[in-house]
Design a protein around this ligand. Structure first.
Ligand code: ADP
Ligand code: MG
Length: 242
């Protein structure tokens, strides 16, 4: 499956310009993100580190189009249809599988919602479960899964939709070191296979070290790091969707 329609041009998948998010108002208002300015381009591999409560999830949700900025702007210049699930995939911090659906139905859900016929969607879901080493879980319900297994299924669900931008919010937060390493391996390999950009929030320095570009957040303030030199052309690479 190739999707020539998916990218309108080279480059910037998401751009935040002074994007801020405040919750509540008056004296009780909490500024979760202060005017963040950043961009994520095709091929980027970015880790966002920062203590709990520093605004990492809120920033990720702004980049996913799931939160509206209360000031500033967030735009998706290279995404023809904006931040829809088959262009921007989110691995959420908490449990996100639908309890009443089994693993393969959960994984196929974005495709079914996008109008794909059930059988091909199911086949693709099984392929993606294989990529994350979760083939044996296909018939299980979410309540039968360990935290690590559920997280791998959540990654498979994102892969099934073949997004151009993968946003993973503390994907290893609930996992032991070894399982966490495997989930990061899978995210990196998937981003390569899909020709997607990958942004991972984490408070684990060992996870952050796996990504070449590091941003930090403190009290809602984002500091972006230098863009590492790379051979990747600015234009979107040829992509093959497995
Ligand atoms: P992190 O992911 O780094 O732990 P969050 O983005 O979840 O940080 O939260 C940043 C700040 O915004 C925290 O003070 C948090 O309590 C607050 N916050 C996040 N979401 C909400 C919400 N829906 N309502 C009110 N406050 C929120
Ligand atoms: Mg968070």
């Amino acid at each position: 499956m190739s999707r020539p329609d998916a990218v309108t041009g080279p480059g910037v998948l998401v751009r935040c310009r002074g994007a801020a998010r405040t919750y509540g108002d008056g004296p009780a208002a909490v500024v979760a993100v202060h005017g963040a300015t950043c961009e994520v381009r095709t091929g980027d591999r970015i880790a966002i580190t920062g203590p709990s409560g520093s605004g990492k999830s809120t920033l990720l949700h702004l980049m996913a189009g799931l939160e509206t900025p209360t000031a500033g702007r967030v735009v998706w210049p290279a995404l023809a249809r904006g931040p829809v699930p088959d262009q921007v995939g989110v691995v959420f911090q908490g449990p996100s599988l639908i309890p009443a659906l089994d693993v393969v139905e959960n994984t196929a859900l974005p495709l079914v919602l996008a109008g794909r016929p059930e059988e091909p969607a199911r086949r693709r879901a099984l392929d993606c479960l294989a990529l994350v080493g979760a083939t044996g879980l296909a018939d299980k319900l979410p309540e039968e899964l360990s935290g690590g297994q559920a997280q791998r299924v959540a990654v498979a669900r994102v892969l099934a939709a073949a997004p151009l931008l993968i946003l993973a919010d503390e994907p290893t937060g609930q996992l032991d070191r070894r399982t966490g390493r495997h989930v990061v391996d899978v995210l990196l390999a998937s981003a390569d296979t899909l020709g997607a950009a990958l942004v991972v929030t984490t408070h684990d320095p060992a996870v952050a070290r796996r990504l070449p570009q590091r941003w930090t957040m403190h009290d809602g303030r984002l500091r972006t790091g230098p863009r590492p030199p790379r051979d990747m052309p600015a234009a979107a690479p040829e992509r093959t969707v497995p």
